[in-house]
Design a protein. Structure first.
Lengths: 416, 416
């Protein structure tokens, strides 16, 4: 069997997900299994690397139990950053600094777990490596709850966020039925430009749940008057109406619905604009124009860190893309991202492949218009068929004293 | 063995919990096992009963699998109400109506699952029964996430809410560590007058988590300037500060912190006051006065309906108090509520007993001052020792097609 020579550097970048550490484990374990000497983890992505902040991962992952715990640990284990590299140019100090550190550490393989922006980093580093004829391989490992990376069938992180969203949407729909009162609940779901996560609320629908009554995605212009009319109509036959909206829905003129409350003049006493959020604004408008009880629920940060309920398909694939990146790099691939290819619909089977990162970086994949119904207020069956396999099965959290146990960095890497 | 004669009526009232249906199952199964002919469930509590809205529960719970599903189903299966009975008086129409229906259905035992207000209903109905010399027994079954019922060691529903709060607090603390930036996260937890739920955030603390940095309960006056000073101090040594506050924290003059944003003049264009919530207000003040990144996260409705992560201790006790109510009623007890008595601390053992509902109804149990530290910004170890046993162990959801399965009423009882 081929063996890896030299060392590995791995980092995490952009927003976290519930399974981002499963990809880290995939890189770490595969590299170790293939003979890598040291697997370094950069702290806070390339930003930390620039300040020579990194750890030897074997000091922090010391057993198979640690590996299992790390898979179940939400939020980037190594910390993250939002750092945009400049265009690569020979002589550029930032690139010189990064490559100096990598060479000093005898790093031959570099892995970056992230989304669009992180792939831009892989693109630039691999371009720079080519310019200076460095043999270091740079591979991207896909990750984002937003599912907006191009070429890959979907992104690790999305399935667990979708499972969480669908699960709590079911619970909230039930909660809405408790009182014998007319009410409208607006749930706000992450996704500024792509409606993949908001669409996932549709999965709540099943034998034991009607699902949300409408779903609005940022891919379709939002019409306020039509919206109120539709709510009014639903209320004629339903006591409890539940509507999912993406945080990024916009009016025809391009303004975010989330901004409307602000534009209408809401300010605190110090003149700070109050951003109400799309759901809060819509909920208030419903109370005002229809006169019924209405509440807004923001699904907030937990969409990206609820590791207490993850999809096993997702966490497994997150591991696989990490491992596949290592194998590809060992075979000399660079400037590429690992992608998932769905080779069978039923039964669902996905395999990994690699793809030129230049064609992926900075591109946002949106929900195709034909996966949204004509009225623009729900996703189609095709959409549901696409997402449903990604939320299947569970990975039981390791519970200690009543709570899910996580793995933490051994030293106080989180202090100041 | 003694057998129950006649029929049973059971209802759910007030805010739901993740385990309220386990108590319903406890009443149903125990009554059936003890020979009750028909167990009726009133729809939307006494309010529904007044309109003769009820179901024969055996038509909706048809198998042992249904029983297990119902235990795992969040939110009141039978619907709920917030209905205050008038003072009982012979000749009062409301009481006449209720007793006419109960007699028509040959109901001998009446169970009401709820909190303070619901116990007021049991008190009045049992008083009225005594006035008219009815032999129907009225028993209260405790339930509330708020844990504010007196006499009982704790209330079913609280443990699961506490487990959910502690679990997601851990996840949010990790999420706050992702970026290499100073930030303050304020989490807002339910509990308008009692801080039991906010205090439960302390349980996040453990070998793998520092826990929140401060916790503010409604039992202690909140001082805005002191708060800002404390945050400033924490920031000197910590990158990510996480603070839990009860929605009900108040200033010395009695005003809710949640109202302050409003009082300072925030209004939308239509002159409606905007209630910001305590966390949003504090987060904004931190940004303004300290100048660092700050975010507010409201734990919202899921605190009372997150059945995907419940405490097994809690769901078991919820079942037990339902069953104990049936046994007590069969032995002729009336006008009482089932209570939990902690007979051993270590190992934790609770047993059931009954107590005069007149001394429980309308009383709010608060967190004792000596279970809050002197500075008023955290709970003590005693508090943690009290709550920790209540969040132990899990009850695995029954997952179907990737999502937790629930039991629903067979007919369209939820339509209009």
């Amino acid at each position: 069997m081929m063996k890896m020579s030299g060392n590995v550097m791995v980092g995490q970048s952009g927003g976290p997900t519930a399974v981002i550490n499963s990809s880290l484990v995939g890189v770490y374990k595969t590299a170790k299994d293939l003979g890598a000497s040291i697997v370094y983890g950069m702290l806070n992505g390339v930003q930390g690397l620039l300040n020579e902040r990194y750890v030897d991962l074997s000091e922090h992952i010391q057993s198979d139990l640690d590996i299992e715990l790390l898979k179940r640990t939400p939020s980037s284990f190594l910390g993250s950053c939002r750092f945009k590299l400049p265009e690569p140019e020979i002589g550029n100090q930032i690139f010189q600094q990064i490559f100096k550190t990598l060479e000093k550490l005898d790093v031959r393989y570099f892995f970056y777990i992230g989304g669009n922006d992180s792939m831009d980093t892989i693109k630039k580093l691999s371009d720079y490596a080519e310019m200076i004829q460095s043999s270091i391989c740079f591979m991207g490992v896909p990750k984002t709850i937003d599912n907006d990376l191009d070429i890959t069938d979907h992104t690790p992180g999305f399935g667990s966020a979708a499972k969480y969203i669908a699960s709590i949407t079911k619970e909230i729909i039930r909660d809405g039925l408790v009182y014998d009162l007319d009410s409208v609940t607006i749930i706000e779901i992450m996704g500024r430009n792509a409606g993949w996560l908001a669409g996932a609320a549709a999965l709540a629908k099943g034998e034991d749940c009607e699902g949300p009554d409408m779903i609005f995605l940022p891919e379709v212009e939002f019409d306020m008057d039509q919206f109120i009319e539709k709510v009014r109509k639903l209320q004629e036959t339903k006591r409890s109406v539940v509507i999912a909206v993406s945080e990024g829905i916009r009016l025809a003129d391009g303004r975010y619905v989330a901004e409307l409350g602000t534009e209408l003049g809401a300010e605190d006493a110090f003149g700070h604009k109050i951003l109400t959020g799309a759901a809060t604004y819509l909920s208030r408008e419903i109370s005002r124009r229809i006169g019924c009880k209405s509440r807004a629920i923001e699904f907030n940060t937990l969409q990206r860190c609820a590791s207490h309920i993850v999809s096993r398909v997702d966490i497994t694939e997150a591991f696989q893309v990490g491992g596949a990146a290592v194998k590809a790099a060992m075979e000399g691939e660079t400037g590429k991202m690992v992608i998932l290819k769905r080779v069978s619909e039923d039964p669902y089977i996905c395999v990994t492949d690699t793809f030129d990162v230049h064609k992926i970086a900075n591109v946002e994949k949106k929900v195709p218009r034909n996966w949204i119904n004509e009225a623009g207020d729900f996703v189609t069956e095709e959409f549901e068929h696409y997402v449903r396999p990604l939320i299947q099965a569970e990975l039981t959290p390791m519970m200690v004293d009543g709570l899910p146990r996580h793995l933490t960095l051994k030293d106080k890497a989180h202090g100041k």
